[in-house]
Design a protein around this ligand. Sequence first.
Ligand SMILES: NC(=O)C1=CN([C@@H]2O[C@H](COP(=O)(O)OP(=O)(O)OC[C@H]3O[C@@H](n4cnc5c(N)ncnc54)[C@H](O)[C@@H]3O)[C@@H](O)[C@H]2O)[C@@H](O)CC1
Ligand SMILES: [K+]
Length: 475
Amino acid sequence: MRHAHTVEQVRAAEADLMARLPEGTLMQRAASGLAVAISNYLGHTYGARVVLLVGSGDNGGDALYAGAQLARRGAQVTAILLSDKAHDAGIAALTAAGGRIHPLASSAKGAAIASADIVVDGIVGIGGRPGLKPEAQAVVQVAVDHDVPIVAVDMPSGVDVDSGETPAEHVKAAFTVTFGTHKICHFVDPAAAACGPVHLIDIGLELPAPAVSAIQDADIRERYPVPHGESDKYSRGVLGLMAGSSQYPGAAVIATSGALAGPIGMLRYLGPDEVATAVRAAHPEIVAGEGRVQAWAIGSGLGDELEVDKVRELLNAEEPVLLDADGLKALDDSGDHIGVLATPHAGELARLLGVERSTVEAERLKHAKLAAERFDVTVLLKGATTVIAAPDGQVRVSSNATPWLATAGAGDVLAGLCGSLLAAGLTPLDAASLGAYLHGAAAQLASASGPLTAMQVAKKIPEATRLLLDQDIPG
Ligand SMILES: NC(=O)C1=CN([C@@H]2O[C@H](COP(=O)(O)OP(=O)(O)OC[C@H]3O[C@@H](n4cnc5c(N)ncnc54)[C@H](O)[C@@H]3O)[C@@H](O)[C@H]2O)[C@@H](O)CC1
Ligand SMILES: [K+]
């Protein structure tokens, strides 16, 4: 996993390290990493036209020192000072290296930005409040109008660093270079979408447990319940699936496709006879009717046929339960639901919490955590980046989805797959994490940069799993 820490955690780790190192060492490490990333992006340094947008703090200092390094290697570097205050030693370094300094009032600044190969956003970093001042917004707009790529120093200025929210104007970066550890805004939308690819420069910080972790390929290898020589269909896990209705029979076929593509040894389907017939026609290996299961997945396409009392009984039983779509209506905030995984999209989470959908979309991390705490469940909030919040406060994100995945039935596949991982014995947090990541990987395979259907995603899950497990097929 990659890890993100809060501003407070980063400041404490920086203070610890700075106390042991000569003054300025950390900033030099940061600036060197930034300069190399800019050179790599441009493909050349000599003659490159680089404009630095420099705010009043150390974020501007990073930009100035990186600019000085680039200037020493032949780049034409111009700094635009957005505040009366700027990092003095950084300005001296840039000037000594042959860089130019423009105050905000300079009439030449617009032309410098318009003809730049890259603009470096050193306006604010972890010390910034959300939003851009009008003068900063104006220069950023010149870069946007002239299609000049912007590299964000630490993070795009104007985003809310610790929540990933973007309540006001902010920079949209071509890429971001960050230092020491990731910050929450790199992982959580909408801010994450403004970062572009994020490069992490190690500056030697020693960090505590992360606030948010992002799932990577290696996590699948580490945690996927791969069967072994002694496994049988029961020990691999049996999932009970309640989905689909006479109104939405397709949801059952799609959700069962997702479940069968996961690690379980057997799938039991419970639902109306005609839907069970359709499900078994699609998947003859499915067993219809009651029986012992290790986990339940309930909800996709149930419509009005949701039996709230029965579901609440299951919520209080020992087996873990996944609640999706209509099944979420059975969730209440009384009692212990520690084994429950809820998989809402923003609209469903908004209904659960009694707020507007747009509020959830703007404050995704906050509302996922709020619901995890209030309902005592693990919450998987679907979206371009999936946010997973456990009731103990752990948060993970999965960011490998393709926008083509925004298609009917994709959520049913995810519910089936996560249910399958639950039945195979993973915790709700791991089942949600691996499910979201494998779902994203399968969608990438199914899409190959083009449209896809939910059933195509389900069909690609085994291949995505195999690639991520890096296992050759025997025989
Ligand atoms: N502390 C360290 O040792 C290191 C810090 N580093 C850099 O230092 C940055 C943090 O520096 P600072 O703590 O000086 O803080 P910033 O540079 O993020 O911001 C400093 C000042 O900007 C002003 N400000 C706040 N919000 C603003 C807004 N929306 N618009 C305009 N001005 C605003 C405030 O007066 C604030 O004090 C990090 O993000 C990173 O880039 C790196 O050099 C790594 C080492
Ligand atoms: K910045």
